[in-house]
Write a new protein. Structure first.
Length: 256
C-alpha cells in the first residue's frame, strides 16, 4: 500500500500531504523538525480502517515555508485549510509531539473539527517540558546553532526541503524559538475540550515531564491515559504493536 502525495496552497505556503487507505478520515500529524516520513511503516494497520491524511507542517519535509515565525495557531490554520480543500468537515486525529499540540489547538479553538484525538508525547504548556531540556533550549548558542540535533533528522530535512539544504540552520532556529515560547494553554482551556482524547506517552519520555502528561489527562473531560512501558518520546516507533493496538481500540470504539 503506497501513499499518494500532492501539494495544495494553504495560507502563505504550499503544503505537501499524502493519503493512504480508504474510509473515514484520520489526520496524522508529525512532530517538530521531522516530517510525515516519521510515520512511514507504522500506518498500514490504520489504513485498513481509515483514509489516513499525512501533511507536512509548514517548513517541514516537502512543504514550503514563509517569513512568518512558527506558531501552533498558524500551523493549525494550515490544517483547517487542508481539510477544507479535501472537503472534510470533521476528522479523527493522531498527533505526535508538536502534532499533538496542534491537535490541542484545534480542539480548543475549532470545536467540531476533531471528533476523537490521540495525543502522543504532547505538552500543553512550555513549563511541562523536562527541566534539562528546557535548560538546553535556554542556551541560544548551543541550541540554535546545533548541527547535531540528530544526523538522521538533518539529512532528512536537507533531502526533502524545497527551501534547500542550506536552510537547515534558519529552520532549526525557528523551531527552537517555538519550543522556547509555547505552548501556553490554560487549565481552563484544556478542561473545555469535550471530545474523547487518548493521552499516550512512553515511560522513558525524555522531553515532556510525566507529571505534566498525567495533568493533561486529568484536566480533560473525556480523557484516557496510556503509559507504554519500555518506550521513549517516539513511542509509536519503539513499541509499534502495542501502540497500534491501543490506538485502534480507542479509534474504533463506539461512542459512549
Amino acid at each position: 500500500m503506497k501513499p499518494r502525495g500532492q501539494y495544495v496552497q494553504v495560507n502563505d505556503i504550499k503544503m505537501y500531504y499524502e493519503t493512504l487507505g480508504e474510509g473515514p478520515p484520520l489526520l496524522v500529524l508529525h512532530g517538530g523538525t521531522v516530517s510525515s516520513e516519521c510515520w512511514s511503516g507504522h500506518l498500514e494497520p490504520f489504513a485498513r480502517h481509515f483514509q489516513v491524511i499525512l501533511p507536512d507542517s509548514r517548513g517541514h519535509g516537502r512543504s514550503t515555508d514563509s517569513d512568518q515565525p512558527f506558531s501552533y495557531a498558524v500551523m493549525a490554520s494550515d490544517v483547517i485549510e487542508l481539510l477544507k480543500h479535501l472537503q472534510i468537515q470533521n476528522t479523527d486525529l493522531c498527533g505526535w509531539s508538536d502534532g499533538g499540540i496542534i491537535g490541542l489547538h484545534l480542539a480548543i479553538h475549532h470545536p467540531g473539527v476533531i471528533k476523537k484525538q490521540i495525543l502522543v508525547g504532547a505538552n500543553f504548556d512550555v513549563h511541562g517540558l523536562i527541566p534539562a531540556f528546557r535548560g538546553w533550549l535556554g542556551k541560544p548558542t548551543e541550541s540554535e546553532e546545533s548541527g547535531c540535533w540528530s544526523p538522521e533528522i538533518v539529512e532528512s530535512y536537507q533531502r526533502l526541503s524545497p527551501q534547500g539544504p542550506e536552510s537547515w540552520g534558519r529552520f532549526f532556529k525557528k523551531v527552537i524559538t517555538l519550543w522556547r515560547t509555547s505552548p501556553h494553554y490554560s487549565e481552563r482551556e484544556i478542561s473545555s475540550i469535550t471530545i474523547p482524547t487518548l493521552v499516550v506517552a512512553g515511560d522513558h519520555e525524555q522531553f515532556v515531564d510525566i507529571s505534566h502528561t498525567v495533568k493533561l489527562f486529568q484536566l480533560l473531560k473525556r480523557g484516557e491515559l496510556c503509559i507504554i512501558p519500555n518506550a521513549d518520546h517516539r513511542v509509536f516507533a519503539r513499541r509499534p504493536d502495542l501502540f497500534n493496538e491501543v490506538a485502534l481500540e480507542f479509534l474504533l470504539r463506539e461512542a459512549r
